[in-house]
Design a protein around this ligand. Structure first.
Ligand code: NDP
Length: 489
């Protein structure tokens, strides 16, 4: 069955391109998908344009579009095990994580089915009885939705659900490394009754299909989640035709720990915050900033627990962490380990591939902790997107806040303290899009997600995540037309 979906039809790439999909656990090719080129991407954009301009989707009652989202949510739960298994094969993450992802994706569809029908239009009292002034909202138009490989289905759902309920037509572009669950999602959208051309799917290398998706005049909005360099290039490409652009980029996220915490809880929170999904999380708590008086004990606890993380095949019970997503990505992470050592950070654990013979074919990397780090090091400032924790120490609250904000990114951060007022003070001072107090990682569809500073612009999730996909229009109606009479000649 072909994997590209254009104008309601499944098709192969026009030039016949295909791509191997590799399981990061054992480096085996477990699927082959169609690989689009620029001409396929353009066909998808034009199909979305035609469906928006000539179809009824944008003008359909919002309740109809919301009902489609609800049907997709039902279908996601029907196929939960199959989708979770595919996500694990594609990304290497554990089945438990993949199941949570499918449930979270379902919740996103359900949330926007509800949020999409909430009335946001309003009337404005302009102080003139003969004038009816309304602020109304409608779809933006053709939206291209580009997602990364770490949470392939989840990140895509944050875009596609609000875009569709708002009445847009869409072209989906998952990462070439992890395309399979997005193909499954598009099949579910088709089964749920999305009209032809409303949803289109392009699989292909960003460099090849990117220009059509980000600079084609027929595209109105680009929503991108991925790395900073790609985000910059996309924002530039979209600027030529002044498209609406949302970019969700990386992070270098501080986890600030004060001395008054329960040490075991703080150790477990720090460990989960940084090593979940082998650190391939945009909001990963990679920068541990800890009060000096407890630092040695806390760090020793994190190191001891990190050494006990059970690696393996994400499909097997009892496995706690999978590999990195690709050989190329592991090389990038290894480069950062070497850099940290050159910069003088002290390697406490990890920093290498595991010895276990079972793990030799996959792209595994041991959880790595660097102590004696300082803010001038690149390992402290740059996103490694791998299982690397850097440790810095502080003496005062001011210093902790300074270090927590000492990054060009601003995606997420956390403060661990049992002093409620201090927790709120520090949370208030941190310049990050999400701040957790005494936790690290949770999010809900109802609350906005997104970055400050170089972590991006725009928001996903929550009402603001829907507003990104709506145009705002002021309609002024004079009920008693009269000549303005400005010019007297
Ligand atoms: P990339 O920036 O490499 O790629 C992201 C997506 O963009 C992929 O689908 C990629 O396709 C595509 N792409 C690449 N070049 C272009 C182009 N010129 N035009 C259009 N699309 C293009 O990021 P990764 O996939 O490596 O993901 C990791 C990054 O994502 C990290 O920096 C991470 O922090 C960030 N991220 C941010 C999140 C957030 O919420 N802020 C959430 C998750 C991740 P292809 O794979 O085919 O190259």
């Amino acid at each position: 069955m072909p994997d590209l979906f254009v104008a309601g039809r499944w098709r192969s790439a026009a030039a016949g391109g295909t791509r191997d999909v590799v399981n990061p656990f054992d480096a085996e090719v477990f699927a082959v998908v169609d690989e689009a080129a620029a001409e396929d991407a353009e066909a998808a954009v034009l199909a979305a344009r035609a469906a928006f301009d000539e179809g009824s989707w944008a003008r359909a009652p919002v309740a109809e579009r919301a009902a489609l989202l609800d049907r997709v949510a039902d279908l996601l739960q029907r196929d939960r095990e199959e989708i979770a298994r595919t996500e694990t094969l594609d990304t290497g993450k554990t089945l438990a994580e993949s199941r949570i992802d499918v449930d979270d994706v379902t919740a996103v569809f359900r949330y926007y089915a509800r949020e999409g029908v909430v009335e946001v239009d309003r009337t404005v009292d302009v102080g003139r009885p003969e004038v009816v002034s309304r602020v109304v909202h409608h779809a933006v138009g053709v939206c291209t939705l580009i997602a990364p490989w770490n949470y392939p289905l989840l990140q895509m759902s944050w875009k596609v659900a609000p875009a569709l309920v708002a009445g847009n037509t869409v072209v989906l572009k998952p990462s070439e490394v992890t395309p399979l669950t997005t193909v499954h999602l598009v099949r579910l959208l088709e089964e749920a009754g999305a009209p032809p051309g409303v949803v289109n799917l392009v699989l292909g290398a960003g460099g090849a299909v990117g220009p059509a998706l980000t600079s084609h005049p027929a595209v109105d909005l680009v929503s991108f989640t991925g790395g900073l360099a790609t985000g910059r290039a996309i924002a530039k490409a979209a600027a030529e035709t002044v498209k609406r652009v949302t970019v969700e980029l990386g992070g270098k996220n501080p986890n600030i720990v004060f001395a008054d915490v329960d040490l075991d809880v703080a150790i477990d929170t720090a460990l989960t915050g940084v090593f979940l999904h082998s650190g391939q999380v945009c909001s990963s708590g990679t920068r541990l900033i800890v009060e000096e008086s407890i630092a040695d004990e806390l760090v020793a606890g994190v190191v001891e627990r990190a050494r006990r993380i059970r690696f393996g095949n994400g499909l097997e019970d009892g496995v706690e962490s999978g590999p990195l997503v690709s050989a190329q990505h592991r090389e990038k992470v290894e480069g950062y380990v070497a850099l940290g050592q050159q910069e003088g950070a002290r390697l406490l654990t990890g920093g290498r591939r595991p010895d276990d013979p079972v793990l030799q074919r996959g792209f595994f990397h041991e959880p790595t902790v660097f102590d004696d780090c300082d803010r001038g090091m690149r390992i402290v400032q740059e996103e490694t997107f791998g299982p690397i924790l850097t440790v810095e120490r502080f003496r005062t609250e001011e210093e902790a806040v300074f270090l927590g904000n000492d990054t060009t990114y601003g995606l997420a951060g956390a403060v661990q303290t049992l002093d409620v007022e201090r927790g709120e003070r520090v949370a208030g001072a941190l310049r990050h899009g999400t701040v957790w107090i005494n936790d690290f990682g949770p999010y809900v569809p109802q609350a906005e997600w997104g970055g400050q500073r170089m972590s991006g612009n725009g928001r996903e999730l929550g009402p603001a995540g829907l507003a990104e996909y709506r145009e705002t229009k002021h309609v002024w109606r004079t009920t008693r037309p009269a000549a303005p009479g400005w010019f007297r000649g």
